[in-house]
Design a binder for this molecule. Sequence first.
Ligand code: PMP
Length: 425
Amino acid sequence: MSTNSELMARRMAAVPRGVGNAHAVFTARAENAELWDVEGKRYIDFAGGIAVLNTGHRHPKVMAAVQKQMEAFTHTCFQVTPYDSYIELAEKLNAIAPIEGEAKTIFFTTGAEALENAVKIARAATGRPGVITFAGGYHGRTMLTMAMTGKVLPYKKKFAPMPAEIYHVPFPHKQFEVSVEDSLKYIDMLFRADIEPGRVAAIALEPVQGEGGFLPAPEELLIGLRKICDEHGILLIIDEVQTGFARTGKMFAIEHSSIKPDIMTVAKSLAGGFPLSAVIGKAEIMDAAEPGGLGGTYAGSPLGCAAALAVLKVIEEEKLVARANVIGARMKTRLEAMAQRNDAHPIANIRGPGAMIAFDVVKTRGTDEPDPEATKKILAAAKEKGLILLSCGVFGNAVRLLMPLTISDALLEEGLDILEASLAS
Ligand code: PMP
């Protein structure tokens, strides 16, 4: 059997460096909130495949549903001969999505693909080209979503030219010294300097910036954006790819606010480890594209649909929305205690709704000065001690915690103990 370092050497030779690896841990198997590498070492998984595994690795009910589907058929292409699981899942999402009035849903495979199609639908519905997104936001790596993503390094470097008609505005946060008022004023300026509101199809944003550092969009921003959209016939696209499916202590993060989106994008934890994404929106908007204009060979794969139907059942049966709040509260208590330790690396800004928690690694206690080097060391120390962690944030110093919501109390404490030991080492 190969070791991690042997596999890493083969990976370096066979796979381009453009795709990163957070850890040189080659996975052999995984179960709920744990995984084992090819050397037999066991890890607690606080990354969840980047927010994909709210229901854990290989949830038995998800496995059973996919296995049953595999016995029947694995692929036909929905555009060739459709299947009922696609319809049932669309009906379920239409019923639970916080969309005003009748909703419709279409499925794709990846998060980026959902965003691409949300923009296509918004353009078809409005007959307008412009899209406004936020600095620090993340929407994917495809050509259009790369342009929508509000971070140059590493996402845009060497990949120009960007697609046209994408505009960024500053995201309100104290570290960027940007207020909600500033963000809204900037949109007004954009309307005067770059694009008239009558040419804007959509404003797209995450309800909590994920890759950008787990920064919640303030309620006043969302209300302000909803007002601008209503005033000018612009569609509001809420990207729930990372925040969706119980992570934030609501089924969808936008439910923490008083506003409703016109279009939502979901992916990641929708199908518990199987590739599936969706665009959910107001029925009349969703019907704007001409027949044949939307779709894809694998879009809404039967395996993904079967998995997602099981995921939705598991979230309900295991009360994972409430569980996210319990896990989040426990994490916050433990992290606050870690922040008080003088013998541990200083951390600050413990934040996030439900179980979508992150904190910043800082140079000096009581300041916000980012320490991305220490962040890397803490992630490496945790990995050595058997805990998989991920960083994020525009300064590279945020640590985000995305354990399965099905994690046991004992494993949660064990993982947090390792995190604490890694901060102190
Ligand atoms: N939107 C958000 C908010 C995301 O977090 C991500 C993935 N991190 C994407 C879109 C893109 O999803 P995918 O990687 O599946 O294309």
